[in-house]
Design a binder for this molecule. Structure first.
Ligand code: GDP
Ligand code: MG
Length: 436
């Protein structure tokens, strides 16, 4: 019942229709699926009405219907304001991260820093959540992992002092961005709002982001609205847009809160953050996939030269074990498989079925790595050398059974063949055809 699923199912059900009766049926189908995906009922009504009106403007038919749906979704998602990350005219850009406890503020702060770092920006993260004991330690771990500087001050329990100190440091340094992680509460209360107001005054932020947990559905809209009224927010980041999230909240959020959705968090890893762009989301909803997002995500991990070299090798059938290992290392950098799958055309549905494949901890990957390490450089370069006696030696070397070695080599060869097939001109089409 995720948003993408219900959309794709509803659209599939609408096979051929060319009259008013069929259109009404299609609209009912769409309405049901949207409500199931937890889209706000007012938003659903507005959307359905508008799609109906738009479709009837032309000759009723499937194309007209899909076009109307696209136009209407655009209107709904294009709420005025900034998109993605916006830098202040003069550095540093100061961002105040707000939200309820557990919404994903700290994680998202790390993700944003990681994203900015990949754009060669110098970031300072400020630990201004002094409510939760483990909050500073959590940030220490995150900043160490992504190699970003952390500002903390153990001598005070007052977040305002921490923020003032951090800004002093940021002015004397050469930081492009300062991200301030703040304390949340389980629910909105006066104390939280008062603290945030003081922190806001001290920080004088360029923008305030509200991190909303998409799993909380319509509550996310309510709390975001309250934060907007009391503190003023410039953008929403929707976290946990993965797993069991129905996702429908993304559709109405901007128009309901009247603040643009800026980023979407789709996993626990630091890489799992993407700029929210209506066009992309609409394409994904309607099952056309998000090639652009995929390209952006992979671009950071694999450099273009390397990719071209690899494609050539694949096309010549010369893909070897060294390339294989290199590929795996790159995949690790890309983050979770599941969020990647969702971006490939026609594979939105599959991503849910696919368990989040953990690249780093997969035992299969570890086996492959130890197998390759037991090969001689020549064997790595030329997999055809691997006869039975060599395989036996490798098996002993890495402590695996020979059947395992055979299986992995076969898999590797199949992967090479597939890669060759899909790297051709019609690669994407072939892939989709295979996936049905
Ligand atoms: P905070 O209290 O607002 O700072 O929330 P945290 O950043 O500590 O996050 C709370 C929990 O949500 C942690 O276990 C995170 O790993 C998890 N989390 C945050 N963002 C995401 C996301 O986009 N997807 C998933 N699956 N988990 C997330
Ligand atoms: Mg936190």
């Amino acid at each position: 019942d995720t948003l993408t699923n219900s959309f794709t199912t509803a659209i599939k059900k609408i096979r051929t229709f060319d009259d008013e009766k069929a259109l009404s049926k299609a609209l009912v189908e769409l309405k049901k699926s949207l409500l199931k995906a937890d889209v706000n009922h007012k938003v659903v009504k507005q959307l359905i009405d508008e799609v109906g009106i738009e479709t009837r403007k032309g000759e009723i038919g499937k194309d007209q219907f899909l076009e109307a749906l696209r136009t209407t979704l655009h209107k709904l998602l294009e709420v005025g304001g900034n998109k993605g990350f916006v830098f202040a005219p003069n550095p540093p850009t100061v961002i105040l991260m707000t939200g309820l406890q557990g919404s994903g503020k700290t994680t998202t702060t790390g993700k944003l820093a990681h994203y900015l770092k990949s754009k060669q920006k110098k970031v300072l993260i400020v630990a201004a959540d002094l409510q939760r004991l483990a909050a500073v330690e959590q940030l220490r771990q995150i900043t160490t992992q992504i190699d970003v500087e952390l500002y903390e001050d153990e001598t005070t329990k007052n977040p305002v002092e921490v923020v003032s100190g951090a800004l002093k440091k940021a002015k004397s340094g050469i930081y492009d961005v300062v991200l301030i992680d703040t304390a949340g509460r389980l629910a909105i209360d006066e104390e939280l709002m008062d603290e945030l107001k003081c922190v806001k005054d001290a920080a004088n932020p360029s923008e305030i982001f509200y991190v909303a947990d998409s799993m909380t559905g319509q509550d996310a809209v309510k709390t975001a609205t309250t934060f907007k009224e009391k503190i003023g927010i410039d953008g929403v980041i929707l976290s946990k847009y993965d797993g069991d999230s129905k996702g429908g909240v993304a559709l109405g959020l901007s128009s309901q809160v009247k603040v643009p959705l800026r980023f979407i968090g789709s996993g626990e890893k630091m890489q799992d953050l993407e700029v929210f762009l209506p066009e992309r989301v609409i394409n994904r909803l309607m099952g056309f996939g998000d090639i652009e997002g995929l390209a952006e995500k992979t671009a950071g991990a694999i450099d273009e030269k390397q990719a071209k070299k690899l494609t050539k090798k694949i096309q010549k059938g010369k893909f070897n074990f060294n390339d294989f290992l290199e590929q795996m290392e790159s995949m690790k950098k890309m983050g979770s498989m599941k969020s990647l799958m969702g971006m490939i055309p026609g594979m939105g549905n599959m991503s849910k079925a696919l368990k989040d494949f953990d690249m780093e901890n997969s035992s299969e990957l570890k086996n492959i790595k130890s197998m390759v390490s037991s090969m001689t450089p020549k064997e790595r370069e030329n997999p055809d050398l691997l006869n039975n006696s060599r395989k036996g030696r490798i098996a002993k070397g890495c402590g695996l059974e020979i059947v395992e070695i055979n299986r992995m080599i076969k898999q590797f060869k199949n992967a090479g063949k597939m890669a060759k097939k899909f790297s051709g001109k019609n690669g994407m089409k072939d892939l989709q055809a295979m996936m049905g």
